[in-house]
Design a binder for this molecule. Structure first.
Ligand code: FES
Length: 706
């Protein structure tokens, strides 16, 4: 380790021409030709400033060290700015390096080479199989008494109408060959604590009632409780041909009359105890599938009020079990979907489910009339042939959104407009199928602290990432991620299992993600940081602020919120940034503080497009605009800067959820204060600048320079 700061200056294959630079006795200056390809020996403990091409590139080449990067290629050489400016940028980076705590490497041991799979539908079954086949210990839990999930309730799968059993049974059989697999039905996850590689999970298993079973079925003959199970009648004690191969009691409906106990030649116990256990796992895969949207909320369609109005699953099960013989059917699309009063999004698979139901009717009752009423038909990809096939088989497609369903003279009447003919139609039918959208199982997500975007997990959560660098060890698979058909679900399950496997194969994972740190002496326990953290990484433990390292993403928003500067972001602490600005800004400069994810890239793009701008524009890179401290802006103005531009991600595009909105609020206050002080408020501007918006960046700095 060297106490002096090493300053590595790259001439980028001769593109950057600088005179010999000196930065004082605390530094050792080294000249290089090609730091992208020829890496000098640098110890992880060295304090280093690297001046060369884009930090976005160099950070990837030097991930193992703590360096301050200065872009003298794009910000100086490409746009013909002078050597003095390069000197100032490097000198400022040296000041920051001198006063900044290095980002420490964090290591998470993958202590438990075991996975928990939550959800026993096809996604969970496939994940469990793939992991187990690859030598991982797996516990698969399912909240219902049988494995199979939604698919086990279907009659057939789209597009061709193949019975569900063709897909589900082989998947369930696969599990039989898995050596290190534990299958727990009637089991839910109640609590989770820990971190990637070392999660402690509490599980609750409620009894199935049937202890010993020879599958004689005598119990269902005597059970007096009849249950409508999504369009199909069953008893409170029932059987599904999946797993386990025994009857089970649905205790939500069972009256405990004891008739089944009397007749059972095996053993039924109506008073079995709930079993609570804890297990340790290294990874968790959430495969909880989807839930149908509650179409009762679409009141005008009369679900639950008008007999004959059904959901797709109920209709399919009723037709398949022979209890329903429809002669005239209307299938209504987007029942509560793409509607701001209900689900604003398209659930992707409901158009295909609607086509499947239309085909089911035509297959079983060729003479039946079928109307499909849809605003749009989204039979994506190769599924288009199913739509065309049904047209050929006489299914009528009406473009419109029904306004109402009512009962008249014993028939259901669907009132709709036909947007092709501009006519108002009233279609008499005996059955209405509502093809509604889907919502996710938010209960499990909230227990796992998985961030949701509306109803479904945000994209990086799907990949099990807490950020782009740190895997959280929690993955989502199949329709839990977003509604998907059977084939897509299985593909997604395989992807999720390989992600989990990649994590569990490691002995430890390392990261250099900066973390917020709190100086307990300085902290006044005001708790303001707790509410501002987008990741719920801050809490109070034993009357002290505690940062959860696994959850902190290094945005720096809390450090700016803290009124006593007790909270600091590693690598970006207050003092370091203060000294950087003090060294960087001269009278008449325009300081551009740019978010690394968006606006900073636009400044590089400007140079690549040879769009030049004033030599007085000095660019700084920050993790997020939410980490820009108003006192730093004031420092730049006090040093004589003509203005400060803060460039960040567009609304809703901030890498750290809402950092840019916090920055906007601070900018408004700053501008108001400037006005109160009799200064021009336009000297401070916060602008949304996309990563390719070089022209926008140029236009703004030109305006501010006028
Ligand atoms: Fe760009 Fe927050 S990450 S403004």
């Amino acid at each position: 380790m060297n106490n002096k700061i090493r300053v590595l200056i790259c001439n980028c294959h001769g593109s950057v021409k600088l005179p010999k630079l000196e930065f004082g006795p605390d530094t050792i200056v080294e000249q290089h030709d090609n730091l992208c390809n020829v890496k000098p020996k640098i110890s992880a403990e060295d304090k280093v400033v690297i001046a060369g091409c884009s930090p976005n590139l160099l950070e990837g080449i030097y991930p193992e060290i703590n360096a301050e990067f200065v872009n003298i290629f794009e910000h100086i050489a490409l746009i013909g700015h002078p050597a003095e400016k390069a000197n100032a940028l490097i000198a400022a980076a040296i000041e920051k390096a001198k006063h900044t705590e290095p980002i420490k490497k964090k290591t998470f041991e993958i202590k438990h080479k075991k996975a928990l799979v939550v959800g026993g539908g096809i996604a969970g079954i496939e994940v469990a199989f793939q992991l187990s086949k690859n030598g991982v210990d797996v516990t698969l839990i399912e909240k219902k008494p049988f494995l199979g999930g939604t698919v086990a309730k279907l009659d057939r799968l789209y597009p061709e109408g193949t019975p569900y059993s063709h897909t589900l049974m082989p998947l369930i059989s696969n599990l039989g060959s898995c050596k290190k697999l534990e299958r727990l039905v009637n089991t839910t996850l109640t609590e989770v604590s820990g971190r990637p590689g070392d999660y402690r999970v509490a599980l609750k298993t409620v009894p199935r009632g049937v202890v010993e079973c020879i599958n004689c079925g005598k119990c269902i003959d005597v059970c007096p409780v009849e249950v409508d199970d999504d369009g199909k009648k069953r008893k409170a004690i029932y059987y599904l041909p999946t797993y386990p191969d025994s009857y089970a009691i649905d205790f939500d409906t069972c009256t405990k009359c004891g008739e089944c106990v009397k007749i059972c030649p095996g053993k039924i116990d109506l008073n079995e105890k709930i079993n609570e256990t804890e297990i340790n796992v290294g990874a968790i895969v959430v495969a909880t599938g989807l839930n149908w949207y509650d179409v009762k909320k679409v009141e005008e369609y009369g679900y639950g009020r008008l007999e004959g109005v059904m959901k797709t699953l109920e209709f399919e099960r009723a037709v398949a079990s022979g209890t329903l013989h429809p002669k005239k059917v209307a299938v209504i699309y987007c029942a509560g979907s793409r509607d701001t009063n209900h689900l604003p999004y398209c659930s992707k698979i409901c158009c295909l489910l609607g086509l499947k139901e239309a085909k089911l009717v035509k297959d079983r009752f060729p003479e039946a009339e079928v109307y499909v009423i849809a605003m749009d038909m989204r039979s994506y990809g190769t599924f288009e042939y199913l739509y065309n096939k049904l047209r050929d088989r006489g299914v009528s497609f009406v473009k419109g959104k029904p306004s109402e369903i009512l009962k008249r003279n014993g028939s259901l009447v669907v009132r709709t407009e036909d947007l092709y003919t501009n006519e108002l139609l009233e279609i008499d039918v005996d059955s209405v199928v509502l093809s509604s959208g889907f919502i996710a199982d938010t209960e499990t997500f909230s227990k796992l602290n998985i961030k949701l975007d509306g109803d479904f997990p945000v994209l990086f959560e799907n990949a099990g990432l807490g950020s782009h660098e740190l895997p959280r060890g929690i993955f989502t698979a199949g329709a839990a991620t977003f509604p998907s058909g059977v084939a897509e679900t299985l593909i997604d399950a395989r992807k999720a299992s390989s992600s989990a496997l990649n994590l569990l194969r490691e002995d430890r994972i390392e990261t250099r993600l900066p973390q917020a740190k709190v100086d307990e002496e300085q902290c006044s326990l005001c708790r303001m940081c707790i509410g501002t953290c987008p990741y719920k990484a801050i809490s109070i433990v034993d009357d002290k602020i505690k940062i959860n390292e696994e959850l902190c993403m290094g945005c720096g928003i809390c450090s700016v919120t803290c009124p006593s500067y007790a909270s600091q972001l590693e690598g970006w602490n207050h003092r370091g940034l203060y000294e950087q600005i003090r060294a960087l800004v001269d009278k008449g400069d325009l300081l551009a503080i740019m978010c690394r994810w968006s606006a900073y890239n636009a400044t590089e793009r400007a140079a690549q497009d040879r769009l030049s701008y004033g030599e007085n524009v000095k660019i700084m890179r920050v993790p997020c605009t939410g980490a820009v401290d108003p006192s730093h802006v004031m420092l730049a103005l006090n040093k004589g800067a003509r203005g400060v531009l803060i460039g960040g991600c567009y609304p809703d595009a901030c890498h750290y959820a809402r950092g840019n909105f916090r920055a906007k609020a601070r900018e408004s206050i700053l501008r108001m204060n400037l006005e109160l002080m009799g200064m021009d408020k336009n000297r401070v501007r916060l602008e949304w600048i996309g990563k390719d918006e070089a022209q926008k960046f140029i236009k703004i700095v030109e305006e501010m320079n006028k």
